[in-house]
Design a protein around this ligand. Structure first.
Ligand code: NDP
Ligand code: HSE
Length: 434
């Protein structure tokens, strides 16, 4: 085998790159490229220099004490600059990021992006532009922060049919739920902390309502199942309705509440969903805490694989971006797996699925109420695994049910009927059980 060429520093090629969007992740990428520049030279044989930084103004450069001459406010000038080989996009959102990336690709510059929203919604348009212009689109940083999951799905397990993917793939919500569970912190305080730590999206609705995790599941599911898992077909629920009571009930019953992403393949049927769930405490995902993320894959031959690490933050995400920069500048192709001809055909995305359920109901504390609810569940084919009733001084009682595995549609139908019972004050919560 031929040894990799060892270039002397004085003749080592300098690769000039641009960063578009100099916030949390753009700044983290800059830190790694500048602080580890010599290390990257020694170990990768390439000298990567951040030569241009695009943002709304030069304020983020000034704040970091970076020479203002690196600032560029004009994307067309950047695209036309022959010295710039590659652009990193860390602005976020769909526009103008999509237009900016398109301009770079059309100018023959490869793009490294962390923008899962853009990829989930427009990958099918961007991939052909990259291909037509002989450059690559690299997006390791778009999913699960610093964890090399895109690479694993793209460059490993090619011989396996992935049958299931379970993940905690949003750092902000996992941070919030961990704080609420472990420290009794309230939701608003935990969210403010996640924002201050740079984990949250510019609009944190994307995190807490499950959009961000759904974008990532669309990308990961498409790559894992070698077919397109459209973002719009994913069942999505966020964590905003999870209460301190749900978290306490979960603890009492031996579970931890997590926002999970689930992708499963059964023959030609795929289910894809993002929602909060009761995760059994002995499941590996229950121990994934704070802004950490994990993806648990099962392949038909490899068996179980678990990927774990920092799911958000400037430096973990910057690390994924730098790995893609090195990959791109080495001449390696971008990632496939979204819209190519080789993808699996004839796959259907199914809306109904089977799961266990946690249901919490406030009822009038009278005889016969419990049996009416049990009857409705039974009539819909939902069998009860455990029930706990707690009476209150106000004449109401809270009833918590855990069900055996049942069809989602049956549970929804049963809940509709239960809500209509005169003795039922309200359905407090319904969460799926992993
Ligand atoms: P930030 O808001 O911290 O940074 C984005 C930067 O881009 C800001 O400086 C912003 O300026 C600038 N920007 C936005 N729009 C424009 C525009 N039209 N023209 C010029 N500059 C613009 O976001 P993050 O760094 O947190 O996230 C960036 C991307 O990385 C997003 O796609 C996000 O989903 C993704 N990501 C984030 C992770 C994280 O941990 N934060 C982890 C993994 C991925 P201004 O502030 O003035 O709007
Ligand atoms: N807002 C995202 C999260 C950033 O919290 O996971 C990482 O993609």
């Amino acid at each position: 085998m031929r040894a990799a060429p060892r270039l002397h520093w004085s003749i080592m090629k300098q690769h000039k790159i641009a960063i578009m969007g100099f916030g949390t992740v753009g700044g983290g990428t800059y830190d790694i490229l500048t602080q580890n520049r010599d290390y990257i030279k020694r170990t990768q044989g390439m000298d990567v220099v951040v030569a241009r930084i695009l943002d709304r103004s030069d304020a983020p450069l000034v704040a970091r004490g970076i020479d203002k001459s690196l600032f560029c406010g004009d994307v067309d000038a950047l695209a036309a600059d022959p010295e710039i080989e590659l652009a990193v996009e860390t602005m976020g959102g769909v526009e103008p990021a999509k237009t900016f990336i398109t301009k770079m690709l059309r100018a023959g510059k490869s793009v490294v992006t962390a923008n899962k929203e853009l990829l989930a919604k427009h990958m099918h348009e961007l991939a052909p532009i990259a291909e037509q212009n002989g450059c690559g689109l690299y997006f390791e940083a778009s999913c699960v922060g610093g964890v090399p999951i895109i690479r694993a799905l793209n460059e490993s397990v090619q011989g396996d049919k992935i049958v299931s993917l379970y993940g905690i793939i949003n750092g902000t919500t996992n941070y919030i739920l961990s704080k609420m569970t472990d420290e009794g912190c309230d939701y608003a305080t935990a969210l403010a902390e996640a924002q201050a730590l740079g984990f949250a999206e510019a609009d944190p609705t994307s995190d807490v309502e499950g959009f961000d995790a759904a974008y990532k599941l669309s990308i990961l599911g498409s790559m894992a199942f070698r077919t397109c898992v459209p973002y719009g077909s994913i069942l999505r629920e966020g964590i905003t309705k999870v209460t301190a009571g749900d978290i306490a009930n979960a603890r009492e019953l031996g579970y931890t509440v997590k926002l999970v992403a689930v992708g499963k393949r059964d023959g030609n049927n795929i289910e894809a969903r993002v929602h909060p769930a009761f995760v059994p405490n002995d499941h590996p995902l229950a121990a994934v805490s704070g802004a950490f993320n994990a993806v648990y894959l099962r392949g038909d031959f490899v068996g179980d694989l678990m990927f774990y690490g920092a799911g958000a933050g400037a430096h973990p995400t910057g690390s994924a971006i730098v790995s893609d920069i090195v990959k791109a500048l080495s001449g390696a192709a971008g990632y496939g797996g979204f819209a190519g001809d080789s993808l699996e055909k004839g796959i259907s995305l199914v809306g109904d699925f089977v799961s266990g359920y946690y249901i919490c109901v406030t009822v009038a504390d009278k005889t016969g109420v419990l049996s009416k609810i049990s009857n409705i569940l039974g009539d819909n084919g939902v069998s009860i695994k455990a029930a706990v009733q707690r009476s209150s001084a106000s004449g109401t009682a809270t009833v918590v049910f855990l069900t055996h595995r049942a069809h989602e549609h049956s549970v929804m139908q049963a809940l509709g009927s239960i809500a209509k019972l005169a003795s039922v004050e309200r359905i407090d919560s319904m969460l799926r059980v992993l």
